[in-house]
Design a protein around this ligand. Sequence first.
Ligand SMILES: NC(=O)c1ccc[n+]([C@@H]2O[C@H](COP(=O)([O-])OP(=O)(O)OC[C@H]3O[C@@H](n4cnc5c(N)ncnc54)[C@H](OP(=O)(O)O)[C@@H]3O)[C@@H](O)[C@H]2O)c1
Length: 266
Amino acid sequence: MNTQTALVTGASEGLGKSFAFELAGRGFHLVLVALPKTGLPELARYIRINFNVKVDIFETDLTASNSCTSIFKELANRSIYPGILINNAGLGNWSWFADKSISFYKTQIDLNITSTVLLSRLFLEQPCRPEKLYLLNVGSLGGQFIVPKKQVYGATKSFISYFTRSLQLELAGSGVQVSLLSPGGIHTKPELLVMNHSLKGISAASILEPDQVAREAIDGLFKGKREIVPGVLNRLMVFLDHILPAMVKTLIIRKKLRVILKQSNP
Ligand SMILES: NC(=O)c1ccc[n+]([C@@H]2O[C@H](COP(=O)([O-])OP(=O)(O)OC[C@H]3O[C@@H](n4cnc5c(N)ncnc54)[C@H](OP(=O)(O)O)[C@@H]3O)[C@@H](O)[C@H]2O)c1
Protein backbone atom coordinates (compact mmCIF):
# COMPACT_ATOMS: atom_id res chain seq x y z
CA MET A 1 0.00 0.00 0.00
CA ASN A 2 1.09 3.57 -0.69
CA THR A 3 1.89 5.46 2.53
CA GLN A 4 1.70 8.94 1.02
CA THR A 5 -1.20 11.24 1.80
CA ALA A 6 -3.14 13.30 -0.75
CA LEU A 7 -5.13 16.41 0.20
CA VAL A 8 -8.13 17.04 -2.08
CA THR A 9 -10.26 20.20 -1.81
CA GLY A 10 -13.90 20.24 -2.88
CA ALA A 11 -14.03 16.49 -2.34
CA SER A 12 -17.70 16.09 -1.41
CA GLU A 13 -18.97 15.90 -4.98
CA GLY A 14 -18.16 16.26 -8.66
CA LEU A 15 -14.57 16.06 -9.83
CA GLY A 16 -13.19 16.26 -6.27
CA LYS A 17 -15.07 13.10 -5.27
CA SER A 18 -13.69 11.34 -8.37
CA PHE A 19 -10.18 12.45 -7.34
CA ALA A 20 -10.78 10.95 -3.89
CA PHE A 21 -11.80 7.57 -5.38
CA GLU A 22 -8.98 7.60 -7.94
CA LEU A 23 -6.32 8.29 -5.30
CA ALA A 24 -7.78 5.86 -2.76
CA GLY A 25 -7.83 3.21 -5.51
CA ARG A 26 -4.09 3.79 -5.95
CA GLY A 27 -3.56 3.27 -2.19
CA PHE A 28 -3.06 6.86 -1.05
CA HIS A 29 -4.28 8.03 2.36
CA LEU A 30 -6.59 11.01 2.03
CA VAL A 31 -7.34 14.37 3.57
CA LEU A 32 -10.67 15.57 2.19
CA VAL A 33 -11.94 19.16 2.43
CA ALA A 34 -15.44 20.49 1.65
CA LEU A 35 -18.13 22.68 3.15
CA PRO A 36 -19.93 21.41 6.29
CA LYS A 37 -23.01 19.17 5.93
CA THR A 38 -22.16 17.89 2.45
CA GLY A 39 -21.80 14.22 3.33
CA LEU A 40 -18.04 14.23 3.87
CA PRO A 41 -18.11 11.94 6.99
CA GLU A 42 -20.19 9.35 5.08
CA LEU A 43 -17.89 9.56 2.05
CA ALA A 44 -14.82 9.13 4.29
CA ARG A 45 -16.38 6.07 5.99
CA TYR A 46 -17.20 4.51 2.60
CA ILE A 47 -13.66 5.04 1.31
CA ARG A 48 -12.03 3.70 4.52
CA ILE A 49 -14.11 0.50 4.35
CA ASN A 50 -13.78 -0.11 0.61
CA PHE A 51 -10.21 1.00 -0.07
CA ASN A 52 -8.50 0.29 3.27
CA VAL A 53 -6.82 3.72 3.44
CA LYS A 54 -6.81 6.40 6.17
CA VAL A 55 -9.14 9.33 5.55
CA ASP A 56 -9.13 12.60 7.52
CA ILE A 57 -11.75 15.23 6.81
CA PHE A 58 -12.08 18.99 7.23
CA GLU A 59 -15.59 20.39 6.94
CA THR A 60 -14.72 24.03 6.44
CA ASP A 61 -15.40 27.00 4.20
CA LEU A 62 -12.17 27.66 2.31
CA THR A 63 -13.20 31.29 1.76
CA ALA A 64 -13.23 31.98 5.51
CA SER A 65 -10.13 33.77 6.76
CA ASN A 66 -7.64 31.41 8.42
CA SER A 67 -9.35 28.23 7.18
CA CYS A 68 -6.38 27.26 4.97
CA THR A 69 -3.86 27.96 7.76
CA SER A 70 -5.98 26.03 10.27
CA ILE A 71 -6.06 22.95 8.03
CA PHE A 72 -2.26 22.72 7.79
CA LYS A 73 -1.83 23.56 11.50
CA GLU A 74 -4.19 20.74 12.45
CA LEU A 75 -2.53 18.34 10.00
CA ALA A 76 0.87 19.07 11.60
CA ASN A 77 -0.69 18.44 15.06
CA ARG A 78 -1.78 15.02 13.74
CA SER A 79 1.71 14.50 12.15
CA ILE A 80 0.15 14.31 8.69
CA TYR A 81 2.29 15.85 5.94
CA PRO A 82 0.58 15.47 2.55
CA GLY A 83 2.81 14.75 -0.45
CA ILE A 84 0.05 15.53 -2.94
CA LEU A 85 -2.21 18.59 -3.07
CA ILE A 86 -5.14 18.74 -5.47
CA ASN A 87 -6.52 22.30 -5.53
CA ASN A 88 -9.89 21.34 -6.99
CA ALA A 89 -12.57 23.34 -5.09
CA GLY A 90 -14.00 25.95 -7.40
CA LEU A 91 -17.17 27.91 -8.00
CA GLY A 92 -18.45 28.25 -11.55
CA ASN A 93 -21.35 30.08 -13.16
CA TRP A 94 -22.84 30.83 -16.56
CA SER A 95 -24.56 34.20 -16.34
CA TRP A 96 -24.30 37.80 -17.46
CA PHE A 97 -22.01 39.95 -15.33
CA ALA A 98 -24.93 42.04 -13.99
CA ASP A 99 -26.90 38.98 -12.92
CA LYS A 100 -24.70 37.84 -10.01
CA SER A 101 -24.26 39.71 -6.74
CA ILE A 102 -21.14 41.40 -5.43
CA SER A 103 -20.93 38.75 -2.68
CA PHE A 104 -21.08 35.93 -5.27
CA TYR A 105 -18.06 37.33 -7.15
CA LYS A 106 -16.17 37.86 -3.89
CA THR A 107 -16.74 34.21 -2.90
CA GLN A 108 -15.83 32.99 -6.40
CA ILE A 109 -12.54 34.91 -6.38
CA ASP A 110 -11.76 33.94 -2.76
CA LEU A 111 -12.35 30.25 -3.48
CA ASN A 112 -10.93 29.90 -7.00
CA ILE A 113 -7.90 32.15 -6.50
CA THR A 114 -7.10 32.99 -2.87
CA SER A 115 -7.56 29.53 -1.37
CA THR A 116 -5.49 27.96 -4.19
CA VAL A 117 -2.59 30.36 -3.59
CA LEU A 118 -2.69 30.01 0.21
CA LEU A 119 -2.97 26.20 0.22
CA SER A 120 -0.12 25.92 -2.32
CA ARG A 121 2.11 28.10 -0.14
CA LEU A 122 1.25 26.18 3.06
CA PHE A 123 1.75 22.84 1.28
CA LEU A 124 5.22 23.82 0.02
CA GLU A 125 6.41 25.15 3.38
CA GLN A 126 5.45 22.12 5.50
CA PRO A 127 8.16 21.55 8.11
CA CYS A 128 8.47 17.77 7.56
CA ARG A 129 7.52 17.60 3.92
CA PRO A 130 8.04 14.42 1.90
CA GLU A 131 11.06 14.47 -0.42
CA LYS A 132 8.90 14.61 -3.57
CA LEU A 133 5.80 16.80 -3.69
CA TYR A 134 3.01 16.81 -6.28
CA LEU A 135 0.80 19.88 -6.76
CA LEU A 136 -2.14 19.81 -9.16
CA ASN A 137 -4.09 23.01 -9.77
CA VAL A 138 -7.48 22.63 -11.43
CA GLY A 139 -7.89 25.30 -14.07
CA SER A 140 -10.26 25.13 -17.03
CA LEU A 141 -10.23 25.44 -20.80
CA GLY A 142 -12.56 28.35 -19.99
CA GLY A 143 -9.45 30.15 -18.74
CA GLN A 144 -7.85 29.88 -22.19
CA PHE A 145 -10.75 30.85 -24.45
CA ILE A 146 -13.09 33.81 -24.07
CA VAL A 147 -16.42 32.14 -23.32
CA PRO A 148 -19.63 34.23 -23.16
CA LYS A 149 -21.22 34.44 -19.67
CA LYS A 150 -18.06 33.21 -17.92
CA GLN A 151 -16.30 36.57 -17.47
CA VAL A 152 -15.17 36.33 -13.80
CA TYR A 153 -14.95 32.52 -13.68
CA GLY A 154 -12.79 32.43 -16.82
CA ALA A 155 -10.57 35.16 -15.40
CA THR A 156 -10.05 33.21 -12.15
CA LYS A 157 -8.99 30.18 -14.21
CA SER A 158 -6.62 32.35 -16.30
CA PHE A 159 -5.07 33.33 -12.98
CA ILE A 160 -4.68 29.64 -12.05
CA SER A 161 -3.00 28.98 -15.39
CA TYR A 162 -0.53 31.89 -14.97
CA PHE A 163 0.13 31.04 -11.32
CA THR A 164 0.77 27.36 -12.07
CA ARG A 165 3.09 28.07 -15.03
CA SER A 166 5.05 30.55 -12.90
CA LEU A 167 5.44 28.01 -10.10
CA GLN A 168 6.65 25.43 -12.64
CA LEU A 169 9.48 27.81 -13.61
CA GLU A 170 10.30 28.79 -10.05
CA LEU A 171 10.29 25.25 -8.63
CA ALA A 172 12.04 23.43 -11.50
CA GLY A 173 14.57 20.96 -10.09
CA SER A 174 13.32 21.37 -6.50
CA GLY A 175 11.56 17.99 -6.23
CA VAL A 176 8.12 19.56 -6.64
CA GLN A 177 6.02 18.44 -9.62
CA VAL A 178 3.51 21.17 -10.48
CA SER A 179 0.80 20.41 -13.04
CA LEU A 180 -2.11 22.35 -14.47
CA LEU A 181 -5.34 20.51 -15.24
CA SER A 182 -7.32 22.24 -18.00
CA PRO A 183 -10.57 20.34 -18.47
CA GLY A 184 -13.37 21.22 -20.85
CA GLY A 185 -16.95 20.47 -19.80
CA ILE A 186 -17.49 17.71 -17.22
CA HIS A 187 -20.76 15.99 -16.28
CA THR A 188 -20.57 16.83 -12.57
CA LYS A 189 -23.92 18.10 -11.34
CA PRO A 190 -27.57 18.35 -12.44
CA GLU A 191 -27.39 22.03 -13.53
CA LEU A 192 -24.43 21.22 -15.78
CA LEU A 193 -26.12 18.08 -17.10
CA VAL A 194 -29.05 20.23 -18.26
CA MET A 195 -26.75 22.83 -19.82
CA ASN A 196 -24.54 20.18 -21.45
CA HIS A 197 -27.56 18.45 -22.99
CA SER A 198 -28.41 21.68 -24.83
CA LEU A 199 -25.01 21.64 -26.55
CA LYS A 200 -24.53 20.36 -30.07
CA GLY A 201 -21.74 19.00 -32.27
CA ILE A 202 -18.14 19.11 -31.06
CA SER A 203 -19.10 20.98 -27.84
CA ALA A 204 -21.50 18.19 -26.83
CA ALA A 205 -19.10 15.42 -27.81
CA SER A 206 -16.25 16.94 -25.77
CA ILE A 207 -18.06 16.67 -22.39
CA LEU A 208 -16.38 14.05 -20.17
CA GLU A 209 -17.28 12.04 -17.08
CA PRO A 210 -15.52 13.15 -13.86
CA ASP A 211 -13.94 9.71 -13.29
CA GLN A 212 -12.18 9.86 -16.67
CA VAL A 213 -10.93 13.40 -15.99
CA ALA A 214 -9.61 12.41 -12.54
CA ARG A 215 -7.84 9.33 -13.95
CA GLU A 216 -6.17 11.25 -16.80
CA ALA A 217 -5.22 14.04 -14.38
CA ILE A 218 -3.53 11.76 -11.83
CA ASP A 219 -1.76 9.80 -14.60
CA GLY A 220 -0.50 13.10 -16.04
CA LEU A 221 0.59 14.44 -12.65
CA PHE A 222 2.70 11.34 -11.88
CA LYS A 223 4.14 11.33 -15.40
CA GLY A 224 5.35 14.90 -14.82
CA LYS A 225 3.11 16.59 -17.40
CA ARG A 226 3.05 20.38 -17.13
CA GLU A 227 -0.48 20.72 -18.52
CA ILE A 228 -3.12 18.03 -18.71
CA VAL A 229 -6.01 18.51 -21.14
CA PRO A 230 -8.29 15.48 -20.81
CA GLY A 231 -10.09 14.17 -23.91
CA VAL A 232 -8.97 14.05 -27.55
CA LEU A 233 -11.54 16.64 -28.72
CA ASN A 234 -10.45 19.12 -26.06
CA ARG A 235 -6.82 18.69 -27.14
CA LEU A 236 -7.93 19.31 -30.73
CA MET A 237 -9.67 22.55 -29.66
CA VAL A 238 -6.49 23.73 -27.91
CA PHE A 239 -4.51 22.95 -31.08
CA LEU A 240 -7.00 24.90 -33.25
CA ASP A 241 -6.83 27.80 -30.78
CA HIS A 242 -3.06 27.94 -31.32
CA ILE A 243 -3.23 27.94 -35.12
CA LEU A 244 -6.34 30.06 -35.85
CA PRO A 245 -5.76 33.79 -36.44
CA ALA A 246 -7.14 36.07 -33.67
CA MET A 247 -9.61 37.64 -36.11
CA VAL A 248 -11.23 34.27 -36.89
CA LYS A 249 -11.51 33.47 -33.17
CA THR A 250 -13.18 36.83 -32.50
CA LEU A 251 -15.70 36.13 -35.29
CA ILE A 252 -16.51 32.69 -33.79
CA ILE A 253 -17.02 34.19 -30.30
CA ARG A 254 -19.22 37.01 -31.67
CA LYS A 255 -21.34 34.45 -33.54
CA LYS A 256 -21.70 32.35 -30.35
CA LEU A 257 -22.67 35.49 -28.40
CA ARG A 258 -25.35 36.37 -30.99
CA VAL A 259 -26.84 32.85 -30.67
CA ILE A 260 -26.93 33.15 -26.85
CA LEU A 261 -28.50 36.63 -27.02
CA LYS A 262 -31.14 35.31 -29.45
CA GLN A 263 -31.93 32.42 -27.08
CA SER A 264 -32.22 34.85 -24.10
CA ASN A 265 -34.51 37.29 -26.02
CA PRO A 266 -36.42 35.17 -28.56
N1 LIG B 1 -17.73 20.84 -14.19
C1 LIG B 1 -17.11 21.36 -15.23
O1 LIG B 1 -17.64 21.35 -16.35
C2 LIG B 1 -15.73 21.93 -15.07
C3 LIG B 1 -15.00 22.27 -16.21
C4 LIG B 1 -13.73 22.79 -16.09
C5 LIG B 1 -13.18 22.98 -14.82
N2 LIG B 1 -13.91 22.64 -13.72
C6 LIG B 1 -13.30 22.86 -12.40
O2 LIG B 1 -13.22 21.64 -11.72
C7 LIG B 1 -13.33 21.86 -10.32
C8 LIG B 1 -14.44 21.00 -9.75
O3 LIG B 1 -15.63 21.32 -10.43
P1 LIG B 1 -16.99 20.52 -10.18
O4 LIG B 1 -17.84 20.73 -11.37
O5 LIG B 1 -16.68 19.17 -9.69
O6 LIG B 1 -17.61 21.41 -8.99
P2 LIG B 1 -18.72 21.02 -7.93
O7 LIG B 1 -19.43 19.77 -8.33
O8 LIG B 1 -19.51 22.27 -7.68
O9 LIG B 1 -17.84 20.73 -6.67
C9 LIG B 1 -17.15 21.78 -6.07
C10 LIG B 1 -16.60 21.28 -4.78
O10 LIG B 1 -16.01 22.39 -4.09
C11 LIG B 1 -16.60 22.47 -2.81
N3 LIG B 1 -16.73 23.84 -2.34
C12 LIG B 1 -17.52 24.82 -2.88
N4 LIG B 1 -17.38 25.94 -2.17
C13 LIG B 1 -16.50 25.65 -1.16
C14 LIG B 1 -15.94 26.41 -0.10
N5 LIG B 1 -16.25 27.69 0.08
N6 LIG B 1 -15.09 25.81 0.76
C15 LIG B 1 -14.77 24.49 0.59
N7 LIG B 1 -15.23 23.73 -0.41
C16 LIG B 1 -16.09 24.31 -1.26
C17 LIG B 1 -17.96 21.85 -2.94
O11 LIG B 1 -18.38 21.44 -1.66
P3 LIG B 1 -19.95 21.43 -1.32
O12 LIG B 1 -20.45 20.12 -1.81
O13 LIG B 1 -19.87 21.55 0.12
O14 LIG B 1 -20.57 22.62 -2.00
C18 LIG B 1 -17.66 20.68 -3.87
O15 LIG B 1 -17.11 19.61 -3.16
C19 LIG B 1 -13.58 23.37 -10.14
O16 LIG B 1 -12.37 24.02 -9.85
C20 LIG B 1 -14.11 23.78 -11.50
O17 LIG B 1 -13.88 25.14 -11.76
C21 LIG B 1 -15.16 22.12 -13.80
